[in-house]
Design a protein around this ligand. Structure first.
Ligand code: PEP
Ligand code: MN
Length: 263
């Protein structure tokens, strides 16, 4: 059976994604791994908005390896995201970790992220497919491109075409980076599908000192955008501190990526 996501005749960027400010240009999504409290999130988001960022991420329900790690603010985090987005005028992204959260995400979050650990959760994908809500679908670390496309197909075949695919690296035998981003894979996805493709080097590389170089390469790939973890004080971040860049580093990198992507 031919997949709908591989049909070439439908539009890449749907009207619903356009409404969120997602365009044919190189789209930059940034924000902290997790929302930790209102004031620091507001400060970071204000600086990102001043830099022209239209879509801001912030984790609320966090899937962590250890139950003793920071689990996110949950429903309170969604409320902070909604208030801050309304006050500053940006569109929001946050990860939904359980289908029971769907109603509160539909009310509070503009783009629902399905994280790498839930890419294979087909019941959740089907349920999202029955909405028209925009989704960022991340690749599972163990998923082949074919399986990633099948996951997107679960959403599209139920009727929801508002999907952005996000490459975030897969497991490999090498542990010098957190995951392995095969530079060719986003290109393969762009060729194979009619969906926008972005890359998340923060989780892909897992080390802030490599982020600038890798992000510049992503800007040159001809993909639809990038998603980066940014925090006002990375060393104090409650999750993914090691891979998070500062707001100042981000602003410098953003200017460089725009130049590269325009070439
Ligand atoms: C995230 O983006 O916050 C995240 C947890 O990423 P991933 O699902 O790719 O690990
Ligand atoms: Mn993270």
């Amino acid at each position: 059976m031919n997949r709908l996501v591989e049909k070439k005749d439908s539009g890449l960027i749907t009207p619903d994604l356009k409404k969120l400010g997602f365009s044919k240009k190189f789209n930059v999504i940034a924000g902290p791994c997790s929302i930790e409290e209102k004031d620091s999130f507001f400060r970071t988001a204000s600086k990102l908005v001043n830099e022209g960022i239209k879509i801001i991420r912030g984790g609320t329900y966090k899937i962590r390896t250890s139950p003793y790690s920071f689990q996110g603010l949950g429903a309170k985090g969604l409320k902070i995201m909604k208030e801050t987005a309304d006050e500053l005028g940006f569109k929001s992204v946050s990860e939904m970790t359980d289908i029971r959260q769907l109603d509160e995400f539909l009310k509070n979050i503009d783009i629902i992220q399905i994280g790498a650990r839930n890419m294979f959760n087909s019941e959740m994908l089907k349920e999202l497919g029955r909405t028209t809500h925009p989704v960022i679908l991340k690749r599972a670390p163990s998923a082949r491109i074919e399986e990633f496309l099948d996951a997107a197909e679960y959403i599209v075949s139920e009727g929801n075409k508002n999907i952005i695919l996000c490459e975030r690296g897969i497991v490999s035998f090498d542990n010098s980076t957190r995951n392995c981003i095969n530079i060719a894979d986003p290109v393969v996805l762009k060729r194979r599908t009619n969906l926008p493709v972005i890359v998340d080097p923060s989780h892909g590389v897992g080390n802030a000192s490599y982020i600038t170089s890798v992000s510049k390469a992503i800007a040159a790939l001809g993909v639809d955008g990038i998603m980066l973890e940014v925090h006002e004080n990375p060393s104090q971040a409650l999750s993914d501190s090691f891979q998070t860049i500062s707001v100042e580093e981000f602003i410098e990198l953003h200017k460089q990526m725009q130049k590269i992507a325009n070439v």
